[in-house]
Design a protein around this ligand. Structure first.
Ligand code: CDP
Ligand code: CDP
Length: 226
């Protein structure tokens, strides 16, 4: 049976993971959050007391770093060296470190290999920064979600507040801006829209509106293939 792959890229807070989850549910396929893998490597770097901006230090722990992904009721769990760390990955310091280690080609190559092998075995909606351009250039459908920095920062600020993190809106905005800059300017697999990706500006749109807009492009896809 042919597997389906749908790529969703874009900057932080554009709504990728929220929309990817809904689309995966509607198609009854898996959702692969690639950002969580970068966050897991970053968590290890922080746990080991290393500097995420020191490439040599980060590269030195890669051979002994084992990232794994499983699905429970189609929801992704991420394992770091055999331990389920899913609940630790959304901390602001982990996000910041993830964007620092994500510029290192050796890190990306290791994680991209895992992402491609999952997409070969399962039908998936994959969200990230380089999915349509680098990880799955032959994805069945590609989307690039974006929104103004102001709106993305507000969304992330609200989300973090709900989760109990006390960052100011201004700090959240600065963090997002810095991560966008890292993601767009790195030499290896930077964040950019694939030429054949459908661009959706989600500014001022509800989750439901964006999910419906994406799904309108997917009417020719079902869980059994095309
Ligand atoms: O994955 P990404 O960083 O692109 O964004 P997300 O984590 O899916 O969305 C960030 C926050 O914005 C979440 O709390 C979503 O519920 C919210 N959101 C929204 O308010 N309106 C949208 N159209 C999309 C997401
Ligand atoms: O949820 P949010 O969009 O804030 O971040 P994420 O998707 O969890 O990704 C965390 C960081 O990992 C991003 O800031 C990127 O630097 C990096 N990342 C990447 O470089 N390539 C991917 N395919 C996914 C994430």
């Amino acid at each position: 049976m042919k597997t389906i792959t749908i790529a969703i890229d874009g900057p932080a807070g554009a709504g990728k993971s929220t929309i990817a989850k809904i689309v995966a549910q509607r198609l009854d396929i898996h959702y692969l959050d690639t950002g969580a893998m970068y966050r897991a490597v970053a968590l290890k770097v922080l746990q080991e007391g290393l500097d995420p901006s020191n490439h040599e230090q980060v590269i030195s722990i890669l051979p002994s770093t084992h990232i794994g992904v499983t699905y429970q009721h189609k929801l992704q769990r991420v394992y770091l060296d055999g331990e389920d760390v899913t609940h630790l990955l959304r901390q602001p310091e982990v996000a910041k470190a993830a964007s620092e280690i994500a510029v290192i080609p050796e890190v990306r190559i290791k994680l991209v290999e895992l992402q491609r092998s999952i997409a070969q075995n399962y039908s998936v909606v994959v969200d990230g920064r380089d999915i349509g351009t680098f990880v799955l250039p032959n994805a069945d459908k590609k989307f690039y979600l974006t929104a103004t920095l102001e709106e993305r920062a507000k969304r992330r600020w609200l989300e973090m507040r709900e989760k109990g993190y006390n960052q100011s809106l201004e700090d959240v905005k600065k963090d997002l801006e810095a991560r966008d800059r890292n993601d767009m300017n790195r030499a290896f697999a930077p964040l950019r829209k694939a030429e054949d990706a459908i661009l959706i500006d989600t500014t001022g749109k509800s989750i439901e509106q964006v999910a419906d807009e994406v799904c309108r492009y997917l009417t020719d896809i079902s869980a059994d293939g095309w």
